[in-house]
Design a protein around this ligand. Sequence first.
Ligand code: FES
Ligand code: MG
Length: 588
Amino acid sequence: IPAENPVPTPPEVRPGRPPLRSDAWYAGDDRNAYLHRAWMRRGVPSDAFEGRPQIAIANTASDFTPCNAHLNEVSRSVQQGVYEAGGIPLDLPVVSLGETLVRPTAMLWRNMAAMAMEEMFRANPVDGLVLLGGCDKTIPALLMAAASVDLPAVVLSGGPMLNGTFRGQTLGCGTDVWRLGEEVRAGTLTAERFVRSESSMIRSRGHCNTMGTASSMSVVAEALGMTIPGTAGVPAPDSRLLENAHMTGRLAVDLVREGRSISQVVTKESFHNAIVALAAVGGSTNAIVHMLAIAGRLGIDLDLDDVDRIGAGVPLLVNLQPAGEFLMEDLHRAGGVLAALSQVADLLDPAAITVTGRTLVEAVTDDNPVWDTSVITPRSEPLQADAGIAVLRGNLAPAGAIVKPAAASQHLLTHRGPALVFDSVEDLKARIDDPDLPVTPDSVLVLRGCGPRGYPGMPEVANLPLPKKILDLGVRDMVRICDGRMSGTACGTVVLHVSPEAAAGGTLALVRDGDTIVLDVPNRILQLDVDDEELSSRTPPASLVEHFAAPTRGWERLYVEHVQGADTGADLDFLVGSTGPAVARESH
Ligand code: FES
Ligand code: MG
């Protein structure tokens, strides 16, 4: 064995083999190609740089994102699949966002994560992408980034955690935190038992096991065609996750060889399918903002009215918390996402394809029986007939607001009541349990200053807690209106994403205590019953304006200056659209 490596054969692009994007770095025998290859060799043979697709595994594993912490193991299985198919796998740690920890809101950083990912995908010798996500904002950020680079890409979700139980009762992540928290406030659960339930809440690796935002976004990714069909919703500890990871690695190499980029897979028809899927599973309202943002990156004309129109009439068939009773592990046992979609196959667009090249409808109609009709109900016996997220308009939300009927109280969907206004989350916390709060079960609780620009970053506070006075009456739901978001694991008659937000000149900033608010979900109306003349004489109160975010530097400043409304996806104005996979000039 010679002491020095033999001089490698220069990896010229062989005649006849299709060029790769990474050839811009690795092909040829000049000094720069040497520089790119030599530093990357470290044990791989020289043919690694000759026609073998370089697959970046965009990995959101992080100890600060506990829901995704197991993705390093998943990445190893992806790597095996990539090697097996003849590609070269490259683990690419990307900005990760832990929904429960990140302040002020994970949503503020979604666009930053997407921007950083996009730039790194483009700046490096990448031919194709495997997108490893899970926790709420990670799959949206990965998809937004991949869309703006428009490379061949495939998503693999890290999967939900297993069901936990506490004192004989199943605990759903998020949903039961809100429920148990209210029980403590109502005096029906001791604080000590509340704290003891922590370790039962999070039983295993994986993301939240309710149909919250993480589960919803894995369903959306699958319905958009961005996963190998059948991989969404496989629990994180299930060994089939690693098998799916292996197969996803193989597929990424095939995608590069076939030249099938994300814009060829995801079309307006794909979003049609995602909206149908989201309604049928009772998915999170957050998914709407993320879908609008992803569509914006792809230049697909999708708006709130499409969401309402396509979702209307889709039955709710999946009985999962927060809208129902079961959890993701139960959905998997009952047949999984494809079995649920098989019940609404006729509502899906037959033309939309998946990353495999086959259509979604073909995959759905393969052989996906329902094994437990209490979890996935038959089409003939839906949990609710019209489960789609409703888009409301009126003088309180000229650009739109949304409500999720599946998570609301049916008797409150048509309601008229006096406003009780909170100008900030701090104001809410200070006064909500005040025994003298002028509130009745008919009051409409308004929380404002919580939009993308105002907070900043749309916190999940729209499901504001009920006043103690009202809880003591045994009432568990009231109409609530907010320009912020609500956790996908929460429920209630909550009108959210009110646009324009208070900080962007929305009418929400002009509401006063006692004004009558009209909610009419069947007719899609959200109206402040105050005449235009009176409204035009009002100005936003100082107690509200002083809470609007005014950052002076860094990402927050960039965000506040450029963020758009929730009605179009809350993306930054200059990040909408795509730059594609263009290779920039050389550094040396
Ligand atoms: Fe990560 Fe819910 S906190 S998915
Ligand atoms: Mg969330």
